[in-house]
Design a protein around this ligand. Structure first.
Ligand SMILES: [Zn+2]
Ligand SMILES: [Zn+2]
Length: 190
């Protein structure tokens, strides 16, 4: 009888063993938290994710507005991007807190706030990249496989071939370098 009951380490209620999910690594073969507690924790962490996505979307919308950029990114799309598991630049597996919504072609280079121009990046890659277009950044950091995957994903979202997409980025990259040069030497665009 005693073996059929177990105390939950979270709510401290003693419940039937069937109220605990199986865990092959545990000594008694069951998890330490009961199912009710597990459900509560899952809902709480989803709430955090929802808030994180909403905040990321709001921040991106505000920035897009400042730059007068096209802006169609939806909350659902932000969730899809931030729901990813690895940084698309360095391929590191990410904790929720390290995930950032990254605009591949920066607003500074004429990039838009659209599903076709966003990806998942870690905070380290995001801050290292600053306003460098993503593919210049990847090439500098040397992960060709990450570059190929990101290129294919974004080309598909934009309905173009990877080669066409790369040309768009290359053109914008040139425009960006020109704009940066103008800023450095202090002349206005024509
Ligand atoms: Zn419990
Ligand atoms: Zn990274």
């Amino acid at each position: 009888m005693k073996k059929e009951m177990k105390k939950c380490a979270r709510c401290e209620e003693t419940k039937a063993i069937a109220e605990f999910n199986r865990d092959s690594k545990a000594r008694d073969g069951r998890q330490t938290y009961c199912r009710t507690c597990k459900d509560e924790l899952r809902k709480a962490s989803y709430g955090t994710f929802e808030r994180k996505c909403t905040k990321a979307k709001d921040r991106a919308n505000q920035k897009a507005k400042r730059y007068g950029a096209e802006s169609t990114l939806t909350l659902q799309e932000v969730k899809e991007v931030l729901g990813g598991t690895h940084c698309n630049y360095c391929n590191k597996p990410l904790e929720q807190s390290e995930k950032t919504l990254e605009h591949v072609l920066p607003f500074e280079c004429g990039g838009a706030n659209t599903f076709g121009n966003v990806t998942l990046a870690c905070t380290a890659c995001n801050s290292r990249k600053h306003v460098l277009p993503a593919f210049e950044f990847i090439l500098l950091n040397g992960d060709a496989e990450a570059a190929r995957r990101l290129l294919e994903t974004l080309a598909e979202r934009n309905g173009v071939t990877p080669t066409e997409y790369l040309y768009t980025l290359a053109r914008a990259g040139i425009a960006y370098r020109t704009a940066r040069l103008r800023r450095i030497v202090g002349v206005e665009a024509q």
